[in-house]
Structures are given as structure tokens and as C-alpha cells.
Ligand binder design. Sequence first.
Ligand SMILES: Nc1ncnc2c1ncn2[C@@H]1O[C@H](COP(=O)(O)OP(=O)(O)O)[C@@H](O)[C@H]1O
Ligand SMILES: [Mg+2]
Ligand SMILES: [Zn+2]
Length: 268
Amino acid sequence: MTTALYRRYRPETFGEMIGQSQVTEPIMTALRGDRVGHAYLFSGPRGCGKTTSARVLARCLNCAEGPTDVPCGVCDSCVELGRDGGGSLDVVEIDAASHNGVDDARDLRERAVFAPARDRFKIFILDEAHMVTPQGFNALLKLVEEPPDHVKFIFATTEPEKVIGTIRSRTHHYPFRLVPPAPMLEYVQTLCETEGVTAEPGVLSLVVRAGGGSPRDTLSLLDQLIAGSEGTLVTYARAVALLGYTHAELLDEVVDALGAGDAAAAFA
Ligand SMILES: Nc1ncnc2c1ncn2[C@@H]1O[C@H](COP(=O)(O)OP(=O)(O)O)[C@@H](O)[C@H]1O
Ligand SMILES: [Mg+2]
Ligand SMILES: [Zn+2]
């Protein structure tokens, strides 16, 4: 058993993120200039790096050498919040899909009162924040508006319009986007090299196309292709079959047949 590619390659710093410079650059600048807000809203399509960025931001804020735009990677907080870390007491990740009511909001309010156990800030990451009920959000309103100095909020959601306006207006809102094909292709190419995998020409373009701009979906597809390949070679034929595309050769033949006005060949 190996862990999924998208987990093994989850970025631990903003520098490792691809295609989201509209988010990472201003946040890194704010971290360098010590101008970090108290509440953030990360929105955008699934698998584009919202949860990852929330964790990276928490890591930057609580690094012993921080707040910094490049976490040191070696202090207790950095290790705990790294890819293989077990999580930190001062960074509370809440799955809003299952903790979305007034009681959960009250519980969070009580926890926010306490100073951080060890690090600089107590950071609450509310993932899938669109699932929080309006009553839940209302119970959080005062706290999100004027949190104690040691508290930071990061909301992550695919549906920012479902986060009530009064909460949204108290956050810095950063929209994540689908990653364009060129940087994605470059990313999967480097990743294959690191993994010692060879992909036949055309394979990675197909993977990028099928991934639809979501790094997670793209890595999952690549993972599946690698898993189903003999040795370390991912063949074009296998990729075409799995991803449900028409083989480029077949397309060429049809186009040639059309060009030549050869109906028999086209139908064949
Ligand atoms: N911008 C990105 N750059 C590099 N890898 C990414 C990026 N976005 C997503 N990933 C990959 O996809 C995985 C899932 O990302 P995640 O942050 O959970 O997405 P989201 O919360 O937006 O659905 C990560 O572990 C990482 O491997
Ligand atoms: Mg997420
Ligand atoms: Zn550190």
C-alpha cells in the first residue's frame, strides 16, 4: 500500500503551490509586512488548494520563527503542521459539514476564549464552511468580528455565496481558481520524474485534460494510471482506454478520410 499521490505531494509552503499566485502572493506579502487579518475566506472549485492553503497559512502564522511567509519547517509547530505531522493543539480544523449548528458555534466560542497552548495564535480552520447553518454563523458573528488578539479564523468553501454576508464582509476573501493546463502539465512532468515514472508522449496532456484544472483530480488520475501500469512505463494506449478518449491515431485517420472524401474509410 502506498499513500495517494495528492497526499504525498500536498504543499507545505505557499511556494510549492501551483497556479494560485493571486492568493499566495498577497498573503505572503501580508505575512512579511506583519499585516495579517483576523479572518480569511478561501473559496473556489474543489481540489484547488483551499484546505492546503489554510494549513500552510496556519503553519506560517505559528512558526516559532514567525509569523513568516516561509515557515522554518523544523520547529515543533512546523513539524506538527507538516505533511506527516499529527496536527497541532493550537490549530483546530473543524469539518463544518458535520459541525454546523448553534451548539457547535457555542462550543467554538468557548474554546476561543482560552489562550493558545504553546504557539502564537489559536487558529480555527472551518472547512466546507458553506455547510454552517445561518444560525450557526450568527452565533459566531461577534467572535469573527472582534476576536481576541490570539485568535485567527480561516473559512474554506466551494460555495462562498452560502456563507452569510455578515460573516463574509468580516473576512479577507481570496478566490482560488482552476489551474491552467500549462503549469499543470509542468507540475505532473516534474512529479513523474520525482516518482521515477515514464509516461509515453501525449499521456500527460490527456491526464491534464481529464483533470479539468483541479490538481487533486489530476493527481488522482495519474495515480490510478501509474498503479495500473506495468513497471514504470505509463503507455498511451492504457491512458486513452482509462480516460475514455479517442486514440489520436483514429482521429487522424478519420480526418484524413474526410479530407480525401473517402466515405468507406471514414465509416470503417
Ligand atoms: N494549487 C495547488 N498546487 C499544488 N497541489 C495542489 C494544489 N491544489 C490542490 N493540490 C493537491 O490536491 C490536494 C487536495 O487539495 P486541497 O487543498 O484539499 O483542495 P481543496 O480544499 O481546494 O478541495 C493536495 O493535497 C495537493 O496534492
Ligand atoms: Mg478542502
Ligand atoms: Zn517553524
